[in-house]
Design a protein around this ligand. Structure first.
Ligand code: NAI
Length: 283
């Protein structure tokens, strides 16, 4: 990895780092010689992941840290930031990645909605607001990578709370990058990671084997780091089912609802089924 923030000895903090995409990112960074801190609610998974990271990190356990936190609670991120500063001197790479998708319908109880927004959206806001001022003050090359979702862009029916949270992550991260590029005296950039279908605990359900359509977490993070090296803000990941071109058509159709004054979510409206299919094919 050639990005200045991804150099050996730099410090990476990854929320939701005990499994899935977060652990794959921590693994790649540890292999590259960065010092890594994984933070997660799942304490047994954290311990297992920390041991695995220590076994592959060139400098072993000295360059690995793990901490139990709940990203929806700001005070746990404040503790995390201070602990990383204490142990490693500060943070260069922040990956706000913790997320949940338990399913929540439109009229579900409030606590369901609050939990999803608390982790997926407030977790990213807390992480950014707690860490980034210190990363700016540190004065070193740095990255903030926030994990969004295609569901935050095309907002398919069925998961409204998740979609709202991930739309918020997109909007927040765009505003963050705008703010950063209009702020002088720092070397940070923000990036929105938009995974495709990735086989992880979040999507596995009862499946024990990766479906053909899905990417692995490792494929996803390798793609993400390559796109960061290339300078992308929007890291739009394909998968084995959906190539970039199809994503582009779906996203263009979604914003077309507003421009063309079509019904909300017209992609799933029976009157628009044929027009949408033709649009996707580029007719
Ligand atoms: P995962 O379930 O393997 O990893 C998520 C991690 O976040 C888990 O280790 C979990 O314990 C942790 N976590 C949950 N709540 C937390 C909290 N309050 N505080 C700290 N940690 C917490 O799932 P995956 O797929 O690796 O998810 C990572 C991110 O990728 C999520 O933000 C998810 O929404 C996003 N994503 C995943 C996709 C997929 O197909 N797997 C597609 C699009 C986005």
């Amino acid at each position: 990895m050639s990005h200045a923030a991804l150099s050996p000895g730099a410090v990476a903090v990854i929320t939701g780092g005990a499994s899935g995409i977060g652990l794959a990112a921590a693994t790649r960074l540890a292999q590259a010689g960065l010092r890594v801190c994984i933070a997660d609610t799942n304490e047994p998974a954290l311990a297992t992941a920390a041991a695995a990271l220590a076994s592959i990190a060139p400098k072993g356990p000295a360059s690995v840290m793990a901490m139990a936190i709940d990203v929806s609670r700001r005070e746990t991120l404040v503790r995390l930031e201070a602990a990383v500063r204490d142990r490693f001197g500060g943070t260069d790479v922040l990956i706000n990645n913790a997320g949940i998708q338990p399913g929540a319908r439109m009229f579900d109880p409030l606590d369901n909605w609050e939990r999803i927004l608390g982790v997926n959206l407030w977790g990213v806001i807390h992480g950014t607001q707690v860490f980034v001022p210190n990363m700016i003050a540190r004065g070193r090359p740095g990255l903030v990578i926030n994990t969004g979702s295609k569901q935050g862009i095309t907002t398919p029916p069925g998961s409204p709370a998740y979609n709202v949270s991930k739309s918020g992550v997109k909007t927040f991260t765009e505003a963050l990058q705008h703010e950063l590029r209009n702020t002088s005296d720092h070397q940070l950039s923000a990036h929105l990671l938009i995974p495709g279908f990735v086989f992880t605990g979040l999507t596995a359900g009862d499946r024990t084997e990766k479906p053909a359509a899905a990417w692995t977490p490792e494929q996803t993070v390798d793609f993400a780091f390559a796109r960061i090296e290339a300078g992308d803000f929007y890291i739009l990941c394909p998968d084995n089912d959906v190539p970039r071109q199809l994503d582009e058509r779906r996203m263009a159709w979604a914003i077309g609802d507003v421009i063309e004054n079509r019904p909300a979510l017209s992609r799933w409206h029976p009157d628009y089924a044929e027009t949408f299919e033709a649009f996707v094919k580029g007719d």
